[in-house]
Design a protein. Sequence first.
Length: 281
Amino acid sequence: MAQPTVGVTPPRAMTIAGTDSGGGAGIAADLRAFTACGVHGCLAVCAVTVQNSVGVTGVHPIPPEIVAAQIASVAGDIGLQAAKTGMLASTEIIEAVAQACDQAGIGAAHKTPLVIDPVAASMHGDQLLADSALDAFRDLLFPRATVITPNLDEVRLLIGLDVHDRAAQYEAAKLLHELGPEYVLVKGGHLREDTDVCVDLLYDGHSFTELPGPRFETGNTHGGGDSMASAITSGLAHGMPVPDAVAFGKRYIVEAVRHSYPLGAGHGPVSALWRIKDDPI
């Protein structure tokens, strides 16, 4: 990816997601990835969380009309070349985001691509959203998505398929594509039959592309899904075709996990710092 030219406005991308007070995931991870990938990051905050490296102890949703107003304000002035979603917290917020994206020209049917990271499960696989919110993802956001990026726990919650092998990963991609997105990326990080590799699977409704990468023995993967989706969004903001943007996102997250670091008493984050080639001090 070309380096930005001094004085020239870079591509702009928006994250529509929640905060992480520990700085490992959510909007913090998204903005780090945007910057590392040469994109100016904008944001619409959907929820404020109380969390650290050990876990989440509080979630405080933002009023849906304020979420929508953030999207409209930025899109109407600054303009966006791509957008992504993360934790959307409630059915009402999902509905507001869908409507606001339509009005701002964001989504598969519009000029600005939209990456949907359907954050619906905790790191331990526990459901984070009400069933009605899962319905809203399926009915409202997936048909508007350029790419969706579920992990295997989210696949289980969204379509009821428990993926334990590669064949089921392929089947999951087909079933998810039937819900309306242009592309489906079924991430394979939780597929434990792969002991040495991590294979993500991209499907466009016609052909499959396997994206293999090394599997690292580390517990410091907090924010990995957010970071990969943000790198994909950055590629799209730079004008890459979807397959190229996804391949770029895969390369980004491999290095981000490779350079992950411990933080606090729990799970440390993946790192964007590997993209900084010179000592910043």
